[in-house]
Design a protein around this ligand. Structure first.
Ligand SMILES: Nc1ncnc2c1ncn2[C@@H]1O[C@H](COP(=O)(O)OP(=O)(O)OP(=O)(O)O)[C@@H](O)[C@H]1O
Ligand SMILES: O=C(O)c1ccc[n+]([C@@H]2O[C@H](COP(=O)([O-])O)[C@@H](O)[C@H]2O)c1
Length: 216
């Protein structure tokens, strides 16, 4: 089973990293592939460039064999559409291999606005990770899709290459990239929310308004 976890990762933080490890254990896969997006189709400009976000990811996962980076979206020009990524991956892993895309409920809530969203279940399973915040609107298209395609448990995902949606409720850290960017912009330390090497590099590059000379 091939599992991807996409995000803007602006910047990567311990919430993302802990979830990825938790998923590797719960889904029974040796590795989770983190897929940073190049140009997010759905939000404004990122605080850090694609190359900078990739550098931070590399530092964050260094030495962790359960995590890998798949940088294919950074190599594609234009907006990063998940359907394009999944089509490419499906060709690579073959017709029969289960392919899984992980999203948080906040991201899944807008799923019916994603490019070619109706084709995505034909390409992969979806694991929706419940995050704090408003629940899915039960009359909305994402919630209805989830109800139609709900998987009983993890083992169901192994039985077919795609098409199921599994809701998981793993322990989550209450950390957001927005909060980290704000904190840094206000001159407060984000230490212990992100790995130390990531924070060192953010300061070295002066990202998110960090002062390169700051010594918190
Ligand atoms: N603390 C967290 N725990 C688990 N999942 C998270 C956490 N933060 C984000 N995610 C999920 O990770 C994916 C990528 O998230 P993203 O890169 O947008 O991070 P974010 O912290 O939500 O960023 P932002 O605050 O800029 O929106 C999304 O599916 C999102 O739901
Ligand atoms: O394909 C799309 O149209 C699309 C629209 C919105 C979000 N996504 C993907 O959803 C993932 C999570 O997005 P975000 O904003 O929470 O980082 C990330 O991999 C995005 O590329 C994809």
């Amino acid at each position: 089973m091939h599992v991807i976890y996409g995000g803007t990762f602006d910047p990567i933080h311990h919430g993302h990293l802990r979830l990825a490890l938790e998923l590797s254990d719960r889904l029974g896969v040796p590795r989770i592939h983190l897929v940073p997006c190049h140009i997010p189709p759905h939000r404004g400009e990122t605080g850090a460039s694609s190359a900078q976000r990739l550098r931070l990811l590399e530092l964050a996962i260094a030495g962790e064999s359960q995590l890998a980076i798949d940088s294919r979206e950074l190599d594609r020009a234009g907006a990063s559409y998940t359907a394009d990524t999944l089509r490419q991956l499906r060709r690579e892993v073959g017709e029969d291999e289960p392919l899984v895309m992980v999203v948080g409920t906040d991201a899944f809530a807008g799923f019916d606005r994603w490019r070619d969203w109706q084709q995505i279940p034909g390409l992969a399973h979806i694991v929706v990770v419940r995050r704090p915040g408003p629940p899915l609107d039960p009359s909305g298209k994402p919630a209805r899709l989830l109800a139609e395609r709900a998987a009983e448990d993890v083992s169901a995902l192994y039985g077919k290459p795609g098409g199921l949606i599994l809701e998981l409720d793993p322990p989550l850290l209450d950390i957001s990239a927005t909060g980290i960017r704000e904190r840094i912009g206000e001159g407060r330390s984000p230490r212990y929310l992100i790995p130390d090497p990531v924070w060192d590099e953010i300061r070295r590059m002066g990202l998110y308004g960090a002062c390169p000379d700051d010594n918190f």
